[in-house]
Write a protein that binds this ligand. Structure first.
Ligand SMILES: [Zn+2]
Length: 242
């Protein structure tokens, strides 16, 4: 029945034409599975019921995994023999193969900041993890692209009429909606652009990330200041002169 579904209910025209659209799509149907032909990663699974002592000793000297693979009985060593299909061991028993968290922390934690703080708290607790590297990666792969992207979309944004909701690619010169005379407002706001700037700077400081990353953040901060803060009109407090 399931096989027929792949044959009857499928067409290439159903696939999204975006990047990754062909991922996991049933483009090839295999009638006989040869373990030799499945993904290489699957060959690296160890199928022992118990790890030998030399394995633990090797971890202490940071031995390269390749050097002890012979004593670990991986799937790759069983290919082409009947053992490739049966008698595979495991180290921890379970009563339910589907057991596990029903809801990931990614969903139970609310804001992006909470998620990141949780990730960093975990990084600090695990000895094998370098918290500075984690902070670095979060900034480089999430916060920086986000900040840069938002800054760009702020300067390329459309404006909107509050009365009739008409959108304009550029602010009309007359300052009001040409259709109904209503107020014209921005569609991207300062707050959403600066959203993660403070946090990024704090994390960069707390975890002492590379100078290069820090400077990229500082440059962004400067760019945002030049965009949002008027050089002429600047509110000053008394304290500024003391
Ligand atoms: Zn309008």
């Amino acid at each position: 029945m399931l096989l027929m579904d792949g044959l009857l209910n499928f067409s290439r025209s159903y696939l999204p034409d975006k990047r990754g659209g062909q991922m996991d799509a049933p483009l090839v149907l295999t009638s006989r599975i040869d373990p030799n032909e499945v993904d290489k990663e699957a060959h690296n699974i160890d199928v022992l019921f118990q790890y030998p002592l030399p394995f633990y000793e090797a971890t202490l000297t940071y031995t390269h995994p390749k050097d002890i693979v012979k004593i670990m009985d991986t799937v790759s060593g069983r290919l082409g023999t009947p053992a490739q299909y049966e008698g595979m061991g495991f180290t921890h028993d379970t009563t339910d193969i589907a057991a596990g968290p029903r809801n990931s922390a990614y969903k139970t934690l609310g804001t992006m900041i909470e998620k990141m703080d949780a990730q960093l708290a975990l990084a600090r607790r695990i000895k094998a993890v370098d918290p500075q590297d984690v902070a670095e990666r979060v900034i480089e792969s999430h916060f920086l692209p986000d900040l840069i992207g938002n800054l760009r979309s702020f300067s390329k944004q459309k404006v909107r009429c509050t009365k009739c909701n008409a959108k304009y690619r550029r602010p009309p010169l007359r300052g009001t909606c040409p259709k109904c005379g209503g107020n014209i407002v921005l569609t991207v706001h300062e707050g959403s652009v600066k959203k993660y700037l403070e946090t990024s700077l704090r994390i960069a400081d707390e975890y002492n990330v590379r100078h290069y990353t820090k400077q990229r953040l500082e440059l962004l901060e400067l760019e945002m200041k030049s965009l949002f803060e008027s050089d002429k009109v600047k509110q000053k407090g008394l304290a500024d002169f003391m």
